[in-house]
Write a protein that binds this ligand. Structure first.
Ligand SMILES: [Fe+2]
Ligand SMILES: [Fe+2]
Length: 462
């Protein structure tokens, strides 16, 4: 909209609003009349209802997982002691409560209130660093797979909804991935776009709020944004699966205590190291790696990766998530000489040396990469060369941050790159995997399908 048109639009809006307020004023004058006993009755009822309105709705409430998402869910929020009388988390999957009711359906005056037993868990609380806040965390276990659940906190919260993951991959479902969010308007817009796709969960591959291990405000703002926007079209909260990035760590690379806010929030999933795996039954494994921020790429993490991938060779969907890309689209992938005459490693070089051979040997179909703030899709690769049975690398983290892709593609691996904000939608249908990239307006930028892990090879089609 041009500036003249914008002025016209704003002028029209203000005029309309102005005349509307006059009309409202007139209408209010007309309805002013002495109160009757019915009015008093109505006001009393409103007061009663008001007293029963849910009062405890933490703006930092979100769901995540520590263990198998087919049977567990973690409810987590950041709050203060005493802000609600009871922090017990009550939950149920009883269909008499979880069933969606038509709000316009006539009420049966003879119907008796339904009494449903709710299970409960008392959350653990521990301090959130550099604040007086506490991180409250309750893990709900023994849940029924593929089922709608309700939960509430104490007696004065609303009921929130979630669903557990299906027990088998026979049910198709979608999830969203992306990374490098921050807390700007683009990030918020992509949060809303992600939620509208009704994903079963969202994976953020590092650089969540850009707290840099120092800004509690940025860390809290990211969680608040996630909490308030990540609700699907059926009012279910969408669980968050995080991965560590350099902007969670003071200095980008260091010891675990330098990830000041990340581990206090997510050490249920990452209890000892910056890498872990989240196994969904026996059909999906998300292998979440630490690209050197609090755990070295080589050595213990590489040994663990080898064993972890070998143990999941029969899972139809084993997907890697890491922050720094093995095949970067913006940064320089090859070694250069620094001003001091010393060699500076290319971005991803260490991973290409230690991890990529494992991805290929264990037939990993897809690697989700981030950190370079672009959109990219590589060719399916084996040994850095196009191979129809190779590993697909999707990235590069532009949920809320942007950079320009390198024009020269030094390693000759890219199929597509662009400088658009984007998120990726992954749809798993049985053993099939479809990947769709959307820009922040919802425009489809790219689609592809990744291949099967059967017969000792993977195959990718664009
Ligand atoms: Fe980033
Ligand atoms: Fe990064």
């Amino acid at each position: 909209m041009g500036s003249a048109n914008r002025r016209l639009f704003l002028g029209t809006s203000f005029t309309t609003l102005g005349s509307g307020s006059v009309l409202l004023g007139q209408a209010a004058d007309k309805v002013a009349a002495p109160k009757t006993s019915k009015d008093a009755e109505f006001e009393a009822m409103q007061r009663r209802l008001g007293a029963e309105l849910p009062r405890f709705q933490p703006q930092t409430l979100f769901l995540t997982w520590h263990r198998d998402p087919t049977t567990t869910m973690v409810v987590q929020w950041i709050g203060t002691r005493g802000e609600t009388a009871d922090t017990t988390v009550f939950f149920t999957d009883d269909s008499r409560l979880t069933a969606r009711k038509d709000p316009l359906a006539p009420v049966d005056p003879q119907a008796k209130p339904v009494t449903v037993p709710w299970r409960s868990v008392v959350p653990r609380a521990k301090y959130f660093p550099r604040t007086d806040f506490l991180v409250y965390r309750a893990e709900l276990t023994g849940l029924t797979p593929g089922t709608e659940h309700l939960f509430r906190i104490g007696k004065s919260s609303p009921n929130w909804r979630f669903r557990t993951m299906p027990s088998r991959a026979t049910d198709s479902f979608s999830f969203i991935s992306g990374g490098d969010c921050g807390v700007n308007l683009a990030a918020l817009e992509n949060n809303r776009l992600a939620a509208r796709q009704n994903p079963m969960f969202v994976v953020i591959g590092g650089d969540l709020g850009y707290d840099n291990g120092r800004s509690v405000e940025a860390s809290l703002a990211f969680i608040r944004n996630y909490s308030t926007t990540m609700v699907d079209n059926d009012s279910r909260l969408i669980p968050l699966v995080p991965c560590l990035g350099n902007h969670e760590v003071d200095g980008g690379y260091g010891t675990r205590d330098k990830a000041t806010f990340f581990y206090p929030l997510f050490d249920g999933l990452f209890p000892e190291t910056g890498y872990t795996t989240l196994d969904f039954g026996d059909y999906l494994s998300l292998v979440l790696l630490d690209t050197g921020h609090t755990s070295r790429v080589e050595g213990a993490q590489t040994d663990w990766l080898d064993k972890t991938l070998a143990a999941r060779k029969d899972h139809p969907h084993t997907i890697i998530v890491n922050h720094v890309p093995a095949y970067p689209s913006h940064r320089n992938p090859v070694a250069t000489l620094g001003k001091d005459g010393k060699t500076v490693n290319g971005t991803g070089e260490n991973q290409r040396k230690h991890w990529v051979p494992l991805f290929e040997r264990h037939r990993v179909p897809v690697v989700l990469e981030h950190h370079d703030h672009t959109f990219k899709r590589t060719k399916p690769l084996v040994g850095g060369l196009h191979n129809d049975n190779g590993v697909l690398y999707l990235g590069d983290g532009s949920w809320g941050r942007l950079r320009i892709p390198r024009p020269d593609d030094q390693l000759h691996v890219m199929v597509k790159t662009s400088d658009d904000y984007h998120i990726s939608l992954h749809r798993l249908e049985g053993r099939e995997r479809f990947h769709l990239a959307m820009d922040h307006t919802g425009r489809v930028m790219d689609t592809c399908k990744s291949g099967q892990r059967r017969a000792g090879m993977v195959a990718v089609t664009g």
